[in-house]
Structures are given as C-alpha cells and as structure tokens.
Ligand binder design. Sequence first.
Ligand code: SAH
Length: 361
Amino acid sequence: MDKRLDALIGKLAAERALSPEEYAELIETRTPEAASRLAELAVAERRRWYGDKVFTRGLIEISNFCRNDCYYCGIRRSNRAADRYRLTPEDILACCAEGYALGFRTFVLQGGEDGYYSDDVLCPLIGTMKERWPDCAVTLSLGERSRASYRRLFDAGADRYLLRHETADRSHYAALHPKELSWENRMDCLTALREIGYQVGCGFMVGSPGQTAAHLARDLTFIADFQPEMCGIGPFLPQKDTPFGQEPPGSGELTCFLLSVIRLIAPKVLLPATTALGTLDPLGREKGLLAGANVVMPNLSPVSVRRKYALYDNKICTGEESAQCRGCLDSRVKSVGYVLVNERGDAKGFPLGGSCHAKRD
Ligand code: SAH
C-alpha cells in the first residue's frame, strides 16, 4: 500500500485519532486497499468489545409533522406534498407489543419536531413502556428540546437519545439549515443530554450538498473528542420535494470507509448500518457491518404510515410487516457471519453505576 496511507492508518490505529489535516488527507487519498485494511482493523476492534453480536432496535416513526425546515429533509415544514400523520400513545404501545414478541429489546421513538408530543404526553408513555417491558431500553430521537424537557424525559425512564449533530462545521451547518436553526444550539443539546446521563448518539450525513473532506475531518475530530455512545451515519439521499431534491446522493463506499474510521476512534461505539445505506445499495447494510457497524434499526412503524415518513426518496422496507423485516435482517446479518441478538445492547459501561438512571459525575 501507498506508504503515506499506510502511515496514516498505522497512526489512527495506534493513537485513536488524527489531526484534522490528516483525516482530510486520509479521506481524499483513500484507495480500495486502504479501505480493506481499515475495515479489517475496525472489525477486529468491534469483535474485541462485542464479539459477533449485532444489536437491533425497533424504530417507531411516531410523527412526520415537523416545525423545522431543514433543506435536505422530506418531512420539512414547507413540504406541502408530505402527507402528515402522527401516532397516538396507544398506537406506539401496540408497535412495542409487536416488537417485543419479535425479540426487540430497544424501542426507538423517532419523529419530526411535533409540538403534540409535549413532556406531558411523552412522560406517561415512556413510563408505561418501562412498566410493561422493564427489560427494554427506550431511545428517543425527537430533535432539539430544552434541557428541562430532556431531564423530565430521562426521569420518566428514557435511556438513550439520538441527535445527529449533522455536521461539526458551523458554516456547513448553515448551508444545510435555515437561519432559525443554530449549530450552537444543536451542540448545546448534545452536551445537555450527556450531562443528564443519557447514552448519547450523534452523527452526520455523508455527501450532503457542499460537504468537503475538511468538513468530514471536523466531524471525525468532534467524534474523537465527544466519544458518543452511539453514532449514526448514512449517505445523503435526495428527496424530490426539498431544496436539495436535484442534488446527487452521497457515496456508500465513503460511508463504509468512515464507519471503519469511527470504529477506530471510538472503539466501543454502537454504530448502525443505516437504512439510508441500505437504500443507496441493496447490500449496503451488509457492507456497513463488514466495515465495523454493529447495530441495525429495522422499522416497527405501522405499515400504513411507513411510506409517509419519507426523509428521502425510495426508502426501503416501507411495504413489509415488522415480522418480515426482522426475518429479512436476521438472514442478512447471518450472511456476513454475525448474529442478530435479542438484547438491550447498551454501550459498554452503561447502565451507569448499576442503575439505569444514576447521574453522571
Ligand atoms: N427530528 C429528529 C429526527 C431526524 S430524522 C432530529 O432532528 O433529530 C433522523 C436523521 O435522518 C436526521 O438527523 C438526518 O441526519 C437524516 N436525514 C434527514 N434527511 C435525510 C436525507 N435526505 N438523506 C439522508 N439522511 C437524511
């Protein structure tokens, strides 16, 4: 292999971090050979912490109403073509019951920023979930809220929170979002979640319009510093009714390369092979697992609403019943030599202090 690339990979494996310039160089000069070497190191690291296990999360898309207007997202406020829906707490509990029977031990409630889901609606729902399925983790992915709200939801029993930072570069953030959304607030939310005691997930899109290797280098530097418990990355995919509807999709190959890099800089991170990766490439999720990912997040939403949660075009798994999705993923995971397990799949070191809700120091 090219000597310089070999040296960068060696340094990454030994020191678990590179400088921003080095990350950018690694990305810009990468070769297929470098990608396989990184994947090999990443898979060894994943195996060291999690063996052959792949964890699964039942994703329940609770609402596609959103107050925000992110330029890339199909459920943005000004998309008049979106057919809006929201699930009631009863609908959500029915999804969980079905998911529990299928072996899911983590439920993820994801949605647009929909004012209907006040703390007064969510807290009793989370309480009921924890009461009915005490052996399950509850993950929220409901966007930016106040610190007080994050605290109430945590106290009600939520274990984890996914909030992709979207990009660690302030000016790139401003190119992807309208001005009322601020990069500082996004980052402050991540800090608040961490301080409250959640297992926290950040993440970004690969190949968002205008993204450069220098921007990605900032994402990697942020991840190395923040050491998230979870990290969601997937290719940007255009949605036709958004301002970015005519932009080209991100690269699956680069996404897998970055999954390997992230596994090396945050070895214990829970790293999903995302639906976006599976949408871009029919074997994308398998390739993600082979690059160092160890989580899959199949859809548990009622089939009647799945097509409506269209963040991007051509999303996969919008037609099948949850049980079919589970079976399909089971064989996909097996096909690359891993096992899909029915476990909560917490990050190493969690729950804190033996209790799910011990506060961090
Ligand atoms: N409203 C919640 C959940 C967002 S949806 C929040 O703000 O956190 C989850 C993720 O999907 C987003 O964070 C974004 O990174 C990703 N996403 C949105 N639109 C996308 C697109 N067009 N292509 C790929 N990923 C997209």
